[in-house]
Ligand binder design. Structure first.
Ligand SMILES: *Cc1c(COP(=O)(O)O)cnc(C)c1O
Length: 347
């Protein structure tokens, strides 16, 4: 079946240009630092982020975990949002593998944490309490609707963290979506952060990988941790080659995904029984719920949509996430809206 798959931008497939680049990639042993394609990807990633160095990692999860473990020892604490990907969707890796204590603050609907709460959350020098080492922010914020944190907010949070001796790590899985939405250079957006992870394998459509960027010293440490986590790869330049094409060709087109998310939201907002989140979409995600009068659960609606060839993410009992990406054309948006009309009309 030719699905209209709106579950996630992780379902994107490598482009023909990526396939060619992968087939022709110059490779070597990256654990020896000898894979030219990986070295090049790390270099251009660092340059784009305005950081000294980069580290190719198999996943965003490993990128974030490597950063947390580089900054925090056992019993140390990191501050992060209660709806953040790192807190909810990374299998508790920081606690399980690093003994690092997560200190969650309530995420605001725009994905931010309240600065005063961050300041209050930083531990005093007291032997009873863990040592606060790190603040982690997410941009765009997945669970908060694909919302983008501004340059000004990121700067304020970074200043606050640094005043108290903490580092700032950005989970920038979709940082390019944020930069495009805000109309700013990604470099400017990540400048306040000591480190940033971004994903190649979501909207940028590469098959595998993320890149962690930061200072030379930090990346040296993170490289050791990546090895410790089993993420030292050999001729993975085959994967990095696709990542290079992703950075060179797939960033500007994210604006199309944002425009299609708007079209999708407009269409769905006309359908009785569907309640769109206020403000949705911000970037490439549409969040919506079923009205209380609808007698079906989210899963039941999703199954009916699937029978029409449309796949959506069910994120709670009656709530959906629909993500636009490289595989979704204007016609697919029409198909998706039509399928919802059909399913909701029969309710
Ligand atoms: C996808 C994602 C990650 C990393 O996920 P992996 O599946 O491990 O690559 C991290 N943070 C956010 C916000 C994400 O959406």
């Amino acid at each position: 079946m030719d699905w209209v798959d709106l579950r996630s931008d992780t379902v994107t497939l490598p482009t023909p240009e990526m396939r060619v680049a992968m087939a022709e990639a110059e490779v070597g042993d990256d654990v020896y630092g000898e894979d030219p394609s990986i070295n090049r990807l790390e270099e251009i990633s660092a340059a784009r982020m305005g950081k000294e160095a980069g580290l190719f990692v198999p996943s965003g999860t490993m990128g974030n975990l490597s950063a947390i473990l580089a900054y925090c020892g056992r019993g140390d604490e990191f501050i992060l949002g209660d709806l953040s990907h790192t807190f909810i969707f990374e299998a508790g890796g920081a606690a399980a593998l690093g003994g690092v204590h997560p200190h969650t603050l309530e995420n605001q609907t725009n994905g931010s944490l309240i600065l005063e709460e961050i300041e209050d959350g930083i531990r005093p020098d007291d032997i009873h309490q863990p040592i606060s080492r790190l603040l982690v922010l997410e941009n765009t914020h997945n669970r908060c609707g694909g919302t983008a944190l501004s340059v000004e907010y990121t700067r304020s949070a970074g200043d606050l963290a640094h005043q108290h001796g903490l580092k700032l790590h950005l989970d920038g899985a979709r940082i390019f979506n944020a930069a495009i939405f805000l109309g700013v250079e990604v470099k400017e957006l990540v400048d306040p952060a000591d480190s940033v992870t971004f994903c190649l394998s979501k909207g940028l459509s590469a098959p595998v990988g993320s890149v962690l960027c930061g200072s030379d010293d930090f990346i040296r440490q993170a490289r050791r941790i990546r090895k410790q986590l089993g993420g030292g790869m050999r001729q993975a330049g085959i994967l990095a080659a696709a990542g290079i094409v992703a950075l060179e060709t797939m960033i500007d087109r994210l604006a199309e995904d944002h425009a299609r998310a708007k079209l999708l939201a407009q269409g769905l907002s006309q359908i009785p029984g569907l309640v769109l989140d206020p403000g949705t979409p911000h970037t490439n995600m549409v969040f919506l719920s079923l009205g209380e009068e609808v007698p079906l659960s989210g899963t039941e609606v999703a199954n009916k949509l699937k029978a029409q060839g449309v796949r959506v993410g069910v994120v709670s009992k009656n709530r959906f996430r629909l993500v636009t990406h490289h595989g979704i054309e204007d016609g697919d948006i029409e198909v998706a809206i039509g399928a919802f009309q059909e399913v909701m009309g029969g309710v």
